[in-house]
Ligand binder design. Structure first.
Ligand SMILES: [Mg+2]
Length: 121
């Protein structure tokens, strides 16, 4: 069974880039979300093995979505994807229990290493 991943980012281009990196490595992208509300809803519905959550998204940001997802499943494997200059938010996310974080712009290897770390965690 391939590892099933949910990608949440408000930019379709960013989701496409991540999806290509993941598919290339044989992971399954089970769903995509374009804001935090969708991310929580899709997590509930698809129960992915791993969630990649952008921080800055409309309606509900990635950190709020992270807290909601942890309420649904406190062992959820979440990777936060941030922009430069969001160190404080990354610290908050790590304290809350995310498995790793990726800073944009990222290299494909960084995405894969975060996924591998989350799988092992
Ligand atoms: Mg964003």
């Amino acid at each position: 069974m391939p590892i099933r991943i949910l990608i949440a980012d408000d930019l379709s281009f960013m989701r496409m880039v991540q999806k290509e990196i993941l598919l290339e490595k044989g992971y399954e992208v089970v769903a995509e979300a374009s804001d935090g509300l969708e991310a929580v809803e899709r997590f509930q519905r698809y129960r992915p093995d791993i969630v990649i959550l952008d921080i800055t998204m409309p309606h509900m940001n990635g950190l709020e979505a992270m807290h909601k997802i942890f309420e649904i499943d406190k062992s959820a494997k979440i990777i936060i994807c941030s922009a430069l200059g969001q160190q404080q938010l990354i610290v908050e996310a790590i304290k809350a229990g995310v498995r790793d974080f990726i800073v944009k712009p990222f290299k494909p290897e960084r995405v894969i290493s975060a996924i591998e770390k989350a799988i092992k965690s």
